[in-house]
Design a binder for this molecule. Structure first.
Ligand SMILES: Nc1ncnc2c1ncn2[C@@H]1O[C@H](COP(=O)(O)OP(=O)(O)OP(=O)(O)O)[C@@H](O)[C@H]1O
Length: 245
């Protein structure tokens, strides 16, 4: 069994002649929250598309809990929970219906599904809203449902693609706190793409990606001291030459 929930080794990818990822190496351990920072065009979406098998790469390797996503896709993807940038809930179904549908896709019995749905929704203070149609929920509550959904099959790695974009501050805070607690208490590995420096926790790890190349990585404190910077924002501007994220 690999010690890493996610192990990306020597990964490269190009769209025709356009290189999007160049020899990327990233490891995330259970219980670790890794923040992926990168300006527009850095390669974050491409990386997520490769991890989720939307795209395929001939160069390099991606393993989830030791399972290669290419040669052991079923076992690998069973370890993965994803919250995409765009909401993917059915607005005309209730919260519970959306979650049951996802659980069924993962082969959970209805009994197990209902227990887990209750557990995850209660943790996010959403159980009382389980019969509401998704259309009636605000953006923050929809995000909470998507996080609950991503966890129903008990993945080892949670992939979050800018889950807090467009949310108000209190909604963002709920999500940031919840995801950090999941890593700390449930030993979940998290890879979180964000543009927002205040979402980075003091104990988080950091990967700074720019033009497809990893510019810095490691525990936030080590990266700051290695680069002589005092905040994630300063580090980011220095490594990406002041481009906005
Ligand atoms: N379908 C595509 N065809 C050609 N080039 C692409 C395609 N998708 C992305 N690219 C290029 O690949 C590079 C990486 O893009 P990617 O979307 O992965 O970056 P990103 O970090 O997710 O950016 P953003 O924050 O803007 O979403 C960019 O130079 C982009 O222009």
């Amino acid at each position: 069994m690999s010690r890493y929930a996610l192990n990306i080794a020597e990964l490269s990818f190009a769209y025709g002649q356009k290189k999007a990822l160049d020899n990327v190496n990233i490891q995330v351990e259970p219980g670790e929250c890794t923040i992926l920072l990168g300006p527009n065009g850095a390669g974050k979406s491409t990386l997520f598309a490769l991890i989720t098998r939307l795209y395929d790469s001939r160069l390099g390797r991606i393993e989830l809990c030791g399972y290669d996503v290419k040669t052991n896709s079923r076992q690998a993807l069973a370890k993965l929970g994803v919250v995409f940038q765009q909401t993917t809930l059915d607005p005309d179904l209730s919260v519970t219906q959306n979650l049951r549908y996802h659980a069924a896709l993962h082969g959970l019995s209805q009994k197990t599904a209902d227990l887990r749905i209750q557990e995850e929704l209660e943790r996010l203070d959403m159980y009382e809203r389980r019969h509401e149609k998704v259309r009636q929920l605000n953006g923050g509550h929809k995000r909470r449902v998507e996080i609950a959904r991503a966890l129903l099959h008990k993945p080892s790695l949670l992939l979050l693609d800018e889950p807090s974009v467009g949310l108000d501050v209190p909604s963002r805070e709920v999500i940031v706190r919840h995801v950090h607690q999941l890593a700390g208490r449930q030993n979940l590995a998290v890879l979180w793409a964000t543009h927002l420096f205040d979402e980075i926790g003091a104990d988080d790890s950091l990967v700074v990606l720019d033009k497809g190349v990893v510019k810095a990585q490691g525990k936030l404190s080590s990266v700051l001291s290695a680069t002589g910077t005092s905040s994630a924002g300063q580090l980011f501007s220095q490594l990406t030459q002041g481009k906005s994220s």
